[in-house]
Design a binder for this molecule. Structure first.
Ligand SMILES: [Fe+2]
Ligand SMILES: [Fe+2]
Length: 482
């Protein structure tokens, strides 16, 4: 607070506690008027929190759930993989057909009968990818619902993964086509600014793992104190936080892996969620909490996962600022008519691509950004069968129908803020210190690093709550991933 701002309080007969004097408070006149209304003459951090806007429900900001999985099951028995894959194929094909450059397509059966040396093009699913041993050509098996064919490229660095749906054009030669061009469904470039949105922040956390002996409790308490305005550093951002996304693994769960109970401080899953409730209840009610499950939460592991069960997390359902969604889910965060689309996915398929694509095997932040880019370019959150466990429904909930403004994941316990084609990529670290499993594989988690996005100008910052002094964490921000 500057000297002239402090003088305004004194002029009104209000004393200001030293902890508040060190804060950056955006609207002093409004605050003084609220204090005068209450007849208050001493401003400390607690009073500031009590009368701050974030502790009052603020209807100007809202959450619109656009897509969430309600828990319905497939009517078919056994599991109807054909219906699920057909739904995926048809929706991705329509996305590709909407691109002017993909307007001329043939079925694979028509390619088979096309004359040699003619130009052919199709929209197909990649059923296999291999590299020829001598010339290192990339050989793709492609298929649609009329048959399968071979497509060959002399470039072996095309980032194509199995089961992607793509547009391919090339020259027919006997029983193969030689590829000239591959077009992915991909996302569009979205406009970056929302000028009519006031300064407001969306904050992303995940992988809290409450119940684990390695839970970073002090750091989470520090984060919540900061949201309550009790900590001077970056207090102007704390006041502007309107949304917190919780992207899965909120508790450590029970029986998630063998002998897990030895690593738990809370061995009852309801008590784990109760402990989370006590934390979340302290967050100012003007901040909306968008809660999505991960593989440690109280729901089935196959994706899509429905909302965390109210049988286990019932007390959190009583929080009036909590919004439960599935994994994945798509929500719009809104201010008046402005909306910012957020795709939420816990990120279970990310390690599969780190394991199968050598150059991403370190799974550092660049690698995570590159794998999230594969998702967006494929318009699918787990394009390869087996990358995550899938519940085969009539509708494939993992297809990315819309280009999001923000794509938020967790699961990796690393911090990432980056951009691909103006879509902000977020991976939201964790609140659990290094586990034995991570030690064994040399993985070092980023603990208590919180990515934040300014909704007005889309500027990005990561704040580090691990130590007493809150600092920025530059390492988590990567330049454009495209
Ligand atoms: Fe996790
Ligand atoms: Fe996870």
């Amino acid at each position: 607070m500057k000297d002239d701002e402090l003088a305004k309080f004194f002029a009104q007969g209000i004393l200001v506690d030293a902890s508040v004097q060190s804060m950056d408070i955006p609207d002093i006149d409004k605050l003084i008027s609220k204090m005068n209304d209450r007849g208050a003459t001493f401003l400390d951090a607690k009073l500031l929190y009590d009368i701050s806007e974030n502790n009052i429900e603020n209807d100007a900001f809202s959450v619109e759930v656009v897509k969430t999985y309600g828990g319905e099951r497939s009517p078919a028995k056994p599991a109807d993989w054909v219906a699920c894959f057909n739904d995926r194929f048809n929706r991705l094909k329509n996305i590709l057909l909407s691109k002017p450059e993909c307007n001329s397509v043939m079925s694979i059966s028509n390619i088979k009968t096309a004359p040699n040396n003619s130009t052919v093009s199709t929209i197909a699913m990649i059923s296999n990818v291999s590299i020829s041993p001598i010339k290192k050509f990339m050989i793709l098996e492609i298929e649609d619902n009329t048959g399968s064919f071979k497509a060959i490229s002399s470039q072996n660095n095309l980032e194509i993964v199995k089961d992607q749906v793509v547009f391919i054009s090339g020259k027919k030669s006997n029983d193969a086509m030689f590829i000239n061009q591959v077009i992915f469904p991909d996302i569009f470039v979205k406009s970056q600014k929302n000028d009519n949105v006031p300064d407001a922040y969306a904050v992303f956390i995940s992988d809290v793992h409450i119940g684990s002996k390695l839970f970073a409790e002090d750091a989470l308490k520090r984060f919540i104190s900061w949201l309550k305005g009790e900590i001077p550093e970056f207090s102007s951002i704390a006041k502007a936080v309107k949304f917190i996304f919780l992207c899965g693994d909120l508790v450590d769960g029970i029986g998630v892996y063998p002998d897990q109970e030895k690593e738990l401080s809370i061995t009852d899953i309801r008590e784990q969620y109760d402990s989370l409730y006590k934390m979340l209840d302290q967050i100012p009610k003007g901040i909306k909490l968008i809660i999505s499950p991960g593989n440690h939460d109280a729901t089935h592991i196959a994706e899509p996962q429905p909302c965390i069960s109210s049988n286990f997390a019932g007390r959190i359902y009583n929080l009036r600022n909590a919004v439960f969604v599935s994994n994945p889910a798509y929500v719009n965060i809104r201010f008046s008519t402005e909306k910012i689309g957020v795709l939420v996915y816990h990120g279970f398929s990310i390690p599969y691509y780190a394991d199968t694509i050598n150059k991403y095997s370190k799974m550092d932040t660049d690698d995570i950004a590159a794998i999230m880019k594969i998702h967006l370019r494929s318009r699918h959150l787990s394009p390869t069968h087996g990358a995550s466990q899938i519940l085969p429904l009539q509708r494939d909930y993992l297809v990315i129908d819309e280009t999001p403004d923000i794509y938020a994941t967790g699961h990796i316990h690393k911090t990432l803020l980056s951009k691909y084609k103006e879509t902000i990529l977020v991976n939201s670290s964790c609140w659990q210190f290094q586990t034995d499993y991570q030690k064994k594989y040399g993985q070092k988690p980023d603990v208590a690093k919180v990515p934040m996005v300014n909704l007005k100008d889309k500027s990005m910052i990561v704040l580090d709550f691990l130590n007493e002094k809150i600092q920025t964490y530059e390492k988590g921000i990567k330049a454009h991933a495209s």
